[in-house]
Design a protein around this ligand. Sequence first.
Ligand SMILES: Nc1ncnc2c1ncn2[C@@H]1O[C@H](COP(=O)(O)OP(=O)(O)OP(=O)(O)O)[C@@H](O)[C@H]1O
Length: 469
Amino acid sequence: MDPPPAKSWSIHTRPEIIQKYQILERVGSGAYSDVYRARRLSDDAVVALKEVHDYQSAFREIEALQLLRHSPNVVVLHEYFWREDEDAVLVLEYLRTDLASLIAEAKKRGDRNGIGAGELKTWMLQILSGVDACHRNLIVHRDLKPSNLLIGDDGVLKLADFGQARILMEPAYVVSGENPLDEAGSVQPHEVTPETENSYRGHTGPEQEHGAMSKEEEYLRVLDGVKAKDFDKETNVYDGDTSCLATCTTSDIDEDDPFKSSYSYDAEEVGDDNRHGCLTSCVGTRWFRAPELLYGSTDYGLEIDLWSLGCIFAELFTLEPLFPGSADIDQLSRIINVLGNLTEEVWPGCAKLPDYRIISFNKVENPIGLQACLLNRSPMEVSLVDRLVCYDPASRVTAMELLQDKYFSEEPLPVPRSELNVPLTKNGQDEDSPGGWREYNEMSSDSDFDGFGSATVTTTSAGFSIQFS
Ligand SMILES: Nc1ncnc2c1ncn2[C@@H]1O[C@H](COP(=O)(O)OP(=O)(O)OP(=O)(O)O)[C@@H](O)[C@H]1O
């Protein structure tokens, strides 16, 4: 195999960037990226430059952010730079802090009741609106966690870090198995404008008929898998009737845009997700990872985000992570201690999960229940988490349904954004602090069995099984 092409060693030396932006400081780095605060020379606006070192992650983030560009609770992608031999640089709106910092500051203050109920509701509504926007577009974020919910000085909260996002279904009938980036070569920068926006709505044309059967089958498969509930008809994405496919496809696509033919479910086969629509179970940050992922599912749906959402809401209520597992098995064991064992009674079909028969736990006779984890919270708050943090993905309440929940229309009402206490600091600067950034961001392999209980390995007809006690 040829070695990868040499890359510019630094964003600071790339003329196309420094001609337009003054790089001020590095504000963060993640598994795949370095993020800088920068000043746009044309108008002095402060922006974030996200230099993404991983091709697939950059691809996914740009693809999702272009589709979500009108969503008020999703970070705005202004433009991006990408040449074959260099890392992608995404120019994003700059948001100074995040929900993890909000939780950390509230905890530090030691207020007995945590974040005020009216404030909580405003934060939650913003999160729900962002998740709802993703799910209406059949985008599964796959890494929802407090540190990926960015907050601006005006109290606006936006979903960010779409590097693991996937579009579960794109009814554009674009028939392509090829990677559009390979075809496109160097065509940057790309300004993200209404003209270059890759929307898959509102255009019908002959290309829709091409490959319709397989797409329809795929669509039905996804729907089966994700139990897509009644998406808003206005979006023309899904109205509970597959006939709406006829109204959905790509619209104005910039000829130069390397993403122009990527908006199909199977056009982009990257990462560990395979060519046949199977998704990798190795996504997300463990504490927020849904049980179906922990059991190795590869045909999960939007509901994995709803589980994460429940964990985030629980953390907002108690200022403590709900399931802070130290390894994947520990993660499952914590969930089982609270919800009880995963059985066919609570989730019909769970026995088909790839690792269900491989990993088993002793019967938990008296699961402690979510209420015990949410001490001093109102019944409505407990119910809200309960409807998200449940085993059967089909039973999880959608973001759209929650936006209408009476919790948000009852006293105390959500406060105006101007009354929110925006965190003064940004959490996670101290990477080695216990329970801090490093632990929070850890994504370990599925093979970490250390540090909890005893394990009995037995040979079975299927191979082996591990019993944890
Ligand atoms: N638009 C932005 N404005 C300000 N800071 C940002 C912005 N986007 C990202 N950051 C910060 O940069 C850091 C890394 O960003 P991000 O989480 O998007 O990258 P990543 O490599 O995908 O990370 P992860 O390892 O969490 O998946 C985070 O601390 C984040 O808060």
